[in-house]
Design a protein around this ligand. Structure first.
Ligand SMILES: *[C@@H]1O[C@H](CO)[C@@H](O)[C@H](O)[C@H]1NC(C)=O
Ligand SMILES: *[C@@H]1O[C@H](CO)[C@@H](O)[C@H](O)[C@H]1NC(C)=O
Ligand SMILES: *[C@@H]1O[C@H](CO)[C@@H](O)[C@H](O)[C@H]1NC(C)=O
Ligand SMILES: *[C@@H]1O[C@H](CO)[C@@H](O)[C@H](O)[C@H]1NC(C)=O
Ligand SMILES: *[C@@H]1O[C@H](CO)[C@@H](O)[C@H](O)[C@H]1NC(C)=O
Length: 178
């Protein structure tokens, strides 16, 4: 075989390889999971906030969406603590106390558990534990609807839906192959 021909075969081989083992990009994953509780543009924007997303496969995107959710929940939790120093309305105060408790003791805890399960490739357990974070997300977005934290809580809720959908996508891919 002439060297140039070998080179062509090599290029062809690489081409076939990459076109058949397409690593799911942000676009692929976001279009597969959008609709229902996930908005395509939100998905793309949220994942692109982490530069590691570009090169990540679907597993990496699950880990990144969980990481973003944990960071967001942590930042909202400390914002609530700041507001609580100053809130006088008893109803608002109670809602904020309830949600800071739920974010700290449920959301952040289960998101971290889910991330650990993803790291150990136990996707079923990762999906199981994240359910309660979704419920808290919905409850607190509603509970804090009239507060300056409404937009943040709504975004967190959407990020958790996103993470859940990416994990679900991993599970449905596995189901197809086995
Ligand atoms: C929360 O998520 C949004 C994207 O949904 C992002 O723009 C924002 O920077 C995140 N905040 C933190 C603290 O991670
Ligand atoms: C606390 O309340 C006072 C009076 O309503 C307001 O001027 C101040 O900006 C508030 N501080 C915070 C951190 O919300
Ligand atoms: C989380 O739970 C612990 C133990 O029940 C409690 O001491 C702590 O105050 C809770 N965190 C919040 C923010 O309420
Ligand atoms: C996944 O985690 C759950 C909960 O800890 C455990 O019961 C189950 O055996 C694990 N599955 C695998 C395949 O490791
Ligand atoms: C909510 O998410 C959108 C989309 O990622 C982002 O543009 C916006 O800045 C976020 N808002 C907050 C308050 O985190």
């Amino acid at each position: 075989m002439r060297p140039s021909m070998l080179f062509n075969v090599l290029i062809l081989f690489l081409f076939v390889q990459t076109s058949f083992c397409v690593s799911p990009t942000i676009k692929d994953v976001c279009s597969k999971i959008s609709g229902g509780s996930v908005d395509y543009n939100f998905c793309v924007q949220a994942l692109e906030a982490d530069p590691k997303s570009e090169a990540a496969d679907v597993l990496g995107l699950a880990a990144i969406s969980l990481k973003l959710s944990i960071a967001n929940a942590t930042s909202i939790e400390s914002k609530i603590m700041e507001f609580l120093k100053n809130v006088s309305d008893p109803t608002t105060k109670e809602s904020m106390e309830t949600c800071s408790h739920l974010y700290e003791n449920t959301t952040i805890t289960v998101l971290k558990q889910s991330a650990d399960f993803i790291a150990s490739k136990n996707f079923t357990a990762a999906e199981d534990v994240i359910g309660s974070a979704s419920i808290v997300g919905i409850i607190c977005a509603e509970e804090l609807r009239e507060t300056p934290l409404a937009k943040d809580c709504d975004n967190l809720s959407r990020l958790i839906f996103l993470a859940t959908a990416v994990i679900h996508e991993i599970l449905s891919t596995i189901d197809l192959h086995f």
